[in-house]
Write a protein that binds this ligand. Structure first.
Ligand code: ADP
Ligand code: ZN
Length: 215
């Protein structure tokens, strides 16, 4: 399947994407994971992106499009992909449209995951992420803690609160989302590609997607 997952930070895009990869071998492409990996590896891309990310600001569109243009041409995308955290602005959505045309790729649909703001705030402040750039497993201190406190079940690395998950950075990210990313809902509605799913359980969102795709 070839999907875009839209939704506020904390809406569950990453969790839903991981569940969908298990269905048909489509790959999850998270620009946030790619950027955090670059920051940890200390690459030029990482150095350029870090300041924006720590403040909860968006990384410039040109950097993101450079990443995605390469990523979408890697062979593992042929089976399908789930775009998680991209596009995030109207210019990115427009550039993606041009890029997909050029690569002759057709999306199945754009899924907007709607979750109430209180749920989002609670999830983000209690979210913890595995520090290992190759793993980045997600936990929640309330609903899904690691078996050993502070240690990743999957790889044994420390599980930490992200630098952009302080209360201040979170409210800034939500504001950025409302200003820059929420308009994509209208954009894809006009394109006739949008399916909105309301639900706080990732299982319900995945079932909604399966029903739309008839799988
Ligand atoms: P979340 O969805 O929880 O906010 P992500 O992991 O998707 O977090 O992104 C973390 C940060 O990486 C964002 O706050 C932003 O700085 C940067 N980022 C990720 N994807 C994009 C994108 N498509 N455009 C611009 N910045 C991005
Ligand atoms: Zn891990």
């Amino acid at each position: 399947m070839k999907l875009i997952l839209l939704g506020a930070p904390g809406a569950g895009k990453g969790t839903v994407a991981k569940m969908l990869t298990a269905l048909d071998g489509s790959v999850q492409i998270s620009t946030g994971d790619i950027l955090r990996g670059a920051v940890q590896a200390g690459t030029d891309l990482g150095k350029e992106a870090k300041g924006y990310m720590d403040r909860g600001d968006l990384v410039p569109d040109s950097l993101i499009m450079g990443i995605m243009e390469k990523r979408l041409q890697e062979p593992d995308c042929a089976k399908g992909f789930l775009l998680d955290g991209f596009p995030r602005t109207i210019p990115q959505a427009e550039a993606l449209k041009v890029l997909l045309n050029k690569l002759n790729i057709k999306l199945d649909m754009v899924v907007s995951i709607d979750v109430p703001r209180e749920v989002i705030l609670d999830r983000l402040t209690t979210r913890r992420t595995c520090e290992n750039a190759k793993c980045q497993a997600i936990y929640n201190v309330k609903s899904n803690p690691p078996k050993k406190e502070g240690i990743c079940d999957k790889c044994g690395s420390p599980v930490v609160q992200r630098a952009d998950e302080t209360v201040e950075a979170i409210s800034h990210r939500l504001e950025t989302y409302n200003q820059k990313t929420a308009p994509l809902i209208g954009f894809y509605e006009k394109e006739g590609m949008l399916h909105s799913i309301t639900g706080t359980s990732s299982d319900a969102v995945v079932n909604g997607i399966k029903a739309h795709l008839k799988i």
